[in-house]
Write a protein that binds this ligand. Sequence first.
Ligand code: ADP
Ligand code: ADP
Length: 217
Amino acid sequence: MIETRNLHRSYVLGKKLVEVLHGIDLTIARGEKVFLCGPSGAGKSTLLYTLAGLERPEEGSVHIDGQDLYKLGDREQARFRNARIGYVFQNYHLLPELTALENVLVPGLLGKKDRTAAAMEALERVGLANRADHLPAELSGGEQQRVAIARAIVNEPKVLFADEPTGNLDSANSKQIMDILLNLATEHGVTLVVVTHDETIAENGDRKLIIRDGKIW
Ligand code: ADP
Ligand code: ADP
């Protein structure tokens, strides 16, 4: 489902070029639940961005569902991401002036006759149909993250990436968010890749990978 070969990614820091990913090889099966752990600054977010097509590696390839992500042109790649990949951020990244429902409509719904019905269905899947008309500021952190998940799944992606999705939440809300993500994988065969520094959360997956010094251990 996800296959990387020899991924390298560097950043310029000051006057130095610092390599963050040192040739990552990774194969993740369809429907697998994978957790990426490791110390701060290890390259977890960079790896997730690179896997999702958001940050081009200097070297190496990422295949998702057989498609070489970085061989696509910009527009094709954006279309591929929109159709196949969902992404959830620690800080929700909702547009503050739009309601929950409008935020879920943002990705542009593909192949759906009734876009509003599809967005409502996504909100129902995260238990927030009754908050559709609320602005993000009127929602709790856990609710905002559920809206962000609804936005990420509205096009029924095959792969869902989440970067510290519970990083700003208390333990009750964290559990709810993780249950939603894990259920999506179990019930809908979605491949799930989650960055977390919370070791207890990471125990709930099929596989826990440790990123340290730009490599997987
Ligand atoms: P993690 O998610 O494990 O905390 P990151 O992938 O965010 O690690 O960052 C890995 C390293 O790369 C850090 O040293 C960080 O400062 C650096 N880094 C990440 N993104 C950038 C960027 N856009 N420009 C420069 N350095 C970056
Ligand atoms: P997270 O908490 O998800 O690991 P970060 O705070 O590490 O996020 O990074 C947030 C954003 O800032 C990302 O887009 C990342 O690429 C960028 N970034 C991280 N470290 C640096 C850095 N040293 N210089 C420039 N951009 C960075």
